[in-house]
Design a protein around this ligand. Structure first.
Ligand code: B3K
Ligand code: ZN
Length: 869
């Protein structure tokens, strides 16, 4: 009997992209037989393998107890193979080898939530991306090995639901108490897309007829009480199916599509072929129990996983370095889908806000890496904002440059060329180039180098010659590991406005053409360049990077008055928001006067609230303390930022005075027909309520209490709860108790209850201790850990004081129990080196002290990168 235990970290386990080699064997088919028992699970597998290149036959396996192994029906003697903690190697294997293994695994004690694990008493699920399948059976577990899977699942009848990918081809009984189901997936797929589910769940059923006439059975599995909360996800699924047909010409290819919800999940969801597994937080949506933001997220994640069926599943990645090929493209696709669901400008604002709050800091610190990394120790550490969000931006830039029609021709070519294959980023860019007829090869530079480019621009108006000259310069901060940084192609969407009237200028199209400005987009792909607009009869104000046409840091010599002008007159909602953000950042970080912003808001809001209340609500977004901290590279003092931000919030509350209360009282979300409009009104009301409270107006508490009590909508209830709790209103503890009692059986709502308290502006170490000692706190449920840790981290003063210990303790505890989540939580501290002394050195000592205590590749790699500044 051999046990492949957890690997011990060795000196250098770095894997390099340049070392990629084809697998020596392919797998034509795999038959899996998974028998679940209370104390163990037995997995028998039969792989039909064929030699492709010279070399040993290599099967990867981790934490597997090998009971038997046969090749071409002959038992393999111990001296005929090598087994270590990570792989089983068979030298001199025949060219056609039928490999049969039997192993024992322990899903019932798998806390890492990777491979097959028991998620709750009555539920077993899998998570195999990127390398979980090797924890189920021995297999060439790499994305470029595609095979046809047949799966037999057997379990006690107390688990009535037995699911795997593909079509159900047989089911039956095994003795009195056990039963089985056999599933076959006709599509070849890599092992990371394998899934099975064994449990006791209820199901919501529907169906969808594809553009090709295929009638697809749709099923969402969840706990019985949660089935009513699955309708929004079901509608979003049908909508996504139609959307992908209409926008990319991609119909669904199987007769069923199943989604299973579980609360024990490390991330949002997983796109297993025809059998998605979702975190409950990304599938359950209901106005009474979950917020508007959560409802939007459910729709976008449902779409994201569905869109993977083509971008990820039918065309997959050759190796894990290419992760952003499927993730960047699929995020771009889900963002575009969501832009159709609500105010497109607000969707863009929210996506860019995430990019700037997470990806920009990541890319300027020790965890910076190219969207396509060229080396890693633990691939799970590379499911990052850079791979996902910056990856999406690269696709958006190419799409912007090509325009709708050519982009579609490019994607059509990609699907035509590579359906059924495991490919690279180069294959994608080449197909787009061939299909569109536009050479996009320069965009590969974006994939291959790290860092956020700085885009410096200057504008000069010459009234005598009626010209407006714009000059551009791009640069990247030097990076020790990437000495040859190159200029990247930057699509700059722009418009000129008449400074007197606020109207957009219609420009001389011939001159635009000469300058290379097409459809309002100038492609800046040199280190420096200048363009000139002619016949500009009035002083213009330029709006640059409209809709955030490239993921760069823009520096332009705007006056505050110019920004106020853009806040009011830009017709691109994203750039209105960007102007507000720049003004607010200047007030907070460069001590500019708040008056210009306040006046611009007064001038803009009355009309905008009528037209687009959601966009109006976003114009109030005062950059968070965390975001502001990420803009500071040295001598960062979180308390100073907090003080300035609080002062600004008070100024705004006072300056906007009676406007807030009058508007609050006049707004009624129930009078809106569209969900997105009602959501906007709710968002606005919550902001205004917080402002009224900040003015010190005691009636705010009564308004909040009334809002809390007279609604069935979670966004309204939570908005009111926050105002009462965060301002220590006399009603605070009563509403907290009420909320708890109302929702005690609703895990997602209770997550919010934890978060509100952890994010209290005056939360102390004791507050957090009390929450983590609460009987509903559970270190086995990532959602619950994130609710408290996320709440704590909303206040960087806390993060960088007692929070340091909190996150280090979590990383230590999770290092063995759940290293994926442990590594992720530790990253909260990655900007420690920007702190002012003595905090900087204190945190460094604590991080150094953690080093010898952690063993997982996940946490160790993150920690050593973090310390390598
Ligand atoms: N592809 C999965 C992510 C898997 C993460 C593994 N640590 C979800 C998604 O991006 O759709
Ligand atoms: Zn994805």
């Amino acid at each position: 009997m051999n046990i492949a235990a957890n690997p011990v970290i060795e000196a250098d386990q770095t894997i390099y992209l340049k070392d990629y080699q084809k697998p020596s064997y392919l797998v034509d088919s795999i038959h899996l037989d998974i028998q679940v028992f209370a104390e163990y699970t037995q997995v028998n597998s039969k792989l039909v393998m064929q030699r492709q290149t010279a070399g040993d036959l290599v099967l990867l396996g981790r934490d597997l107890e090998l009971k038997s192994i046969h090749v071409n029906s002959q038992p393999l003697l111990e001296n005929q193979y090598h087994l270590d903690t990570e792989q089983l190697i068979i030298p001199n294997a025949p060219d056609i080898a039928v490999v049969e293994t039997s192993v024992i695994i322990h899903p019932e004690s798998n806390t890492q939530l990777e491979g097959l694990y028991q998620a709750a008493g009555d539920l077993f699920v899998t998570q195999n991306e990127p390398e979980g399948f090797r924890k189920i059976t021995f297999y060439p577990d790499r994305p470029d090995v595609l095979s046809v899977f047949t799966t037999r699942v057997e379990a006690d009848k107390k688990f009535p639901v037995l699911l795997a990918n593909g079509n159900l081809i047989e089911k039956g009984e095994v003795g009195e108490n056990r039963h089985y189901a056999i599933w076959q997936d006709p599509t070849k797929k890599p092992a990371y897309l394998f899934a099975c589910v064994i449990g006791d769940l209820a199901v919501l059923k529907d169906h969808y007829v594809t553009s090709e006439g295929r009638n697809v059975a749709l099923e969402i599995y969840a706990e019985e009480k949660d089935i009513p909360k699955c309708h929004i996800a079901m509608e979003a699924l049908k909508h996504s199916m139609r959307w992908d047909e209409e926008h990319y010409g991609r119909p669904y290819d199987l007769d069923n599509y199943m989604i299973v919800a579980t609360s024990a999940f490390n991330m949002g969801a997983m796109e297993n072929k025809g059998l998605n597994i979702f975190n409950t937080s990304c599938v359950l949506a209901d106005e009474e129990y979950t917020t508007d933001a959560a409802i939007m997220r459910v729709q976008s994640v449902i779409a994201h996983e569905y869109f993977h069926n083509w971008t990820g599943n039918r065309i997959t990645c050759r190796d894990w370095f290419q992760l952003c090929l499927k993730e960047g493209l699929t995020v771009f696709r889900d963002q575009s889908f969501s832009e159709d669901l609500q105010s497109a400008a607000v969707q863009r604002i929210d996506d860019v806000a995430v990019l700037k709050a997470h990806q920009f800091p990541e890319d300027s610190g020790p965890l910076s890496h190219p969207p396509r990394p060229d080396h890693f120790v633990e691939i799970n550490n590379f499911y990052t904002a850079t791979v996902y969000e910056k990856g999406a931006e690269i696709n958006r830039m190419m799409a912007t440059l090509l325009g709708k029609e050519k982009f579609r021709k490019g994607t059509d070519e990609y699907f035509k060329r590579h359906d059924g294959q495991a490919v690279t980023v180069e294959d994608w860019v080449e197909a787009l180039t061939a299909g569109s007829g536009v050479d996009l090869s320069a965009f590969l530079t974006w994939y291959n180098q790290p860092g956020t480019p700085k885009l410096e621009a200057k504008g000069v108006y010459d009234a005598a010659h009626q010209t407006y000259t714009l000059s551009f310069k791009q640069s990247l901060k030097a990076h020790p590991k990437y000495p040859n940084l190159k200029a990247v192609p930057i699509p700059v969407a722009l418009a000129l406005f008449n400074a007197e009237t606020g109207e957009q200028l219609v420009l001389n199209s011939e001159a635009l053409f000469e300058n290379g400005v097409k459809d309002g987009v100038y492609l800046f792909d040199q280190d420096q360049a200048t363009i000139q607009f002619k016949d500009v009869k009035v002083q213009p104000i330029v709006s640059l990077l409209r809709n955030f046409s490239a993921p760069v840091n823009l520096e332009f010599n705007y006056s505050d008055a110019d920004l106020a002008f853009l806040l009011q007159f830009e017709t691109n909602g994203f750039n209105q928001w960007q102007a507000a953000q720049t003004l607010l950042e200047r007030i907070l970080l460069n001590n500019h006067d708040a008056e210009v912003y306040v006046q611009a808001m007064k001038d803009t809001l009355p009309v905008l609230i009528e037209k687009d209340p959601l966009l109006a609500s976003r114009l109030f977004d005062v950059p968070s303390e965390g975001y502001l901290g990420s803009r500071i590279d040295a001598d960062y003092n979180p308390a100073v930022i907090q003080e300035k931000r609080n002062a600004l919030l008070s100024t705004l509350a006072n300056e906007l005075g009676s406007f807030c209360k009058e508007t609050y009282l006049a707004l009624d979300p129930d009078s809106q027909k569209e969900f997105s409009q009602a959501m906007g009104v709710r968002a606005l009301k919550n902001i205004l309520l917080a402002m009224i409270a900040r003015q010190g107006d005691r009636s705010a508490f009564e308004l909040a209490e009334a809002q809390y009590n007279h609604t069935c909508n979670m966004s309204e209830r939570l908005g009111a709860l926050r105002v009462l709790v965060w301002n220590d209103a006399p009603q605070a503890s009563a509403v907290l108790n009420d909320f708890y009692n109302r929702f005690k059986d609703e895990a997602l709502s209770i997550d919010q209850w934890f978060m509100v308290q952890a994010a209290h502006p005056k939360a102390t170490a004791e507050t957090i201790k009390a929450l983590t000692e609460h009987s509903d706190y559970d270190l086995g449920t990532p959602n619950r850990i994130r609710s408290v840790s996320g709440g704590l981290n909303a206040n960087p003063v806390n993060t960088w004081s007692f929070g340091v210990q909190h996150f280090i303790e979590l990383a230590k505890y999770l290092d063995e129990k759940n290293p994926i989540v442990g590594s992720r939580l530790l990253q909260v501290l990655s900007r420690w080196y920007t702190l002012a002394e003595p905090q900087r050195s204190q945190v460094k000592v604590e991080l150094e002290a953690l080093k010898p205590l952690v063993k997982s590749k996940n946490v160790s790699e993150t920690l050593s990168s973090m310390l390598n500044v």
